[in-house]
Structures are given as C-alpha cells and as structure tokens.
Write a protein that binds this ligand. Structure first.
Ligand code: SF4
Length: 195
C-alpha cells in the first residue's frame, strides 16, 4: 500500500522575503522619534484594520467568498475579521442585486454602522442595477446610501474586488480625522436624508 506522506521536502521559509512592512506616512525621522501628523497615524491604523461587513444577495457574493478564501486571502490586508453586526464593522461591502424591497434593509444596516464608515458597491448590480433594468431592482445602491468605491464587472473577479478594497484603503489612509465633522460631509448625508 502506498504510504500517505505530506511535506516530504518542505521548503525553508524565507521570512525576510515573505514579509513586507506597511509604508510609513510622510514625516520627520530622527534618533528614537518620528514626527508626523495625527491624521496620518490614525489613517495608517484604520486602513490596515478595516472590518468588512459583507452584504451579499447574489452571485457577486460568491466572488467575495473566493476573495476571502486562501488563494486570494483578504486577510493579508488586515481584514480577516469579517463581521455580521453593523455596529462592529466599518466597511460595508454590497455585493449582488438589490431589490427595491431590500433597499430599506440595506439603508438600515448602513445607519447602524458607527462613523467612520465606508461603502464599496461590488459589481454591476450593486453599482447600477446591472442587467436588471426592471421595476423591482434598485438601479444602484447610491440611490439610498453614499458609496465610496464602485467595482465594475458582472461578476468582478476577486482581483477586481481586491483592487476596489485597496482603493478604499487609499481613501481611508488619506482621510482627515476632521472630515466626518465637516460641512461638506454633513451636506452629503443630508442629501440622503441622514442626520
Ligand atoms: S453583477 Fe452580475 S454577477 Fe454580480 S450579482 Fe449582478 S448579475 Fe450577479
């Protein structure tokens, strides 16, 4: 009988090559100190610890499963902590066809998330209704909640979802900590009827 053996010739892990360090924000380095803006430090911490809330209603959700699984591994970006309570998440990922009946539910989930919060519309359906130009389908989630990044495709491949995720990371890293208190941001929420 053939013996079952694994890892007969395991490769030595090249730790130094396998680990890459996050890029430090702009600032002034010195002996034992590094001076930079508070916003940059907060942005660095936030962008590398985003907690996604997947709101998946159809096929694009399957692509998200692939994005989370070992081959693509969204955990590499500090986002292995997927949550299903809006109160504990800061990145709403909307994947799939959103029927008009579902729109108030989506909005409710968004409202239950604490600030700061960001939103990705993944795929054609979430971004624009996709091929479903019908009476029952919402023609883009930006009709009910503000969206930060749109990922095109029907369905988008995991690489595209990761690309959209990295765009969110760029936004988060550069966002001023005062933005959420700004007049402009309040106007944006007001335009959606959110106080
Ligand atoms: S964009 Fe395409 S793959 Fe994604 S939910 Fe719509 S129909 Fe399905």
């Amino acid at each position: 009988m053939r013996p079952v053996r694994f890892n007969l010739n395991p490769k030595e892990a090249e730790i130094s090559e396998a680990i890459s360090m996050g890029k430090a924000p702009d600032g002034v380095p010195g002996d034992g100190f590094f001076a930079t803006q508070l916003s940059s430090v907060v942005g660095l911490a936030r962008k590398n610890s985003l907690w996604p809330l997947p709101f998946a209603t159809s096929c694009c959700g399957i692509e998200f499963m692939a994005t989370m699984a070992s081959h693509y591994d969204l955990s590499r970006f500090g986002s292995e902590r997927v949550g299903f309570s809006p109160r504990q998440c800061d990145l709403l990922m909307v994947m799939g066809t959103i029927a008009k009946k579902m729109a108030p539910v989506l909005r409710q989930v968004y409202l239950q998330m604490a600030e700061p919060r960001w939103v990705i519309a993944v795929g054609a359906c979430a971004s624009s209704g996709g091929i479903f130009d019908t009476y029952s389908v919402l023609q883009g989630i930006d009709q009910v909640i503000p969206v930060d990044v749109y990922v095109p495709g029907c369905p988008p491949r995991p690489e595209a979802i990761i690309d959209g995720f990295m765009k969110i990371q760029d936004l988060v890293g550069q966002e001023s900590i005062r933005r959420r208190n700004s007049e402009k941001y309040r106007d944006l929420l007001n335009s959606y009827g959110i106080q």
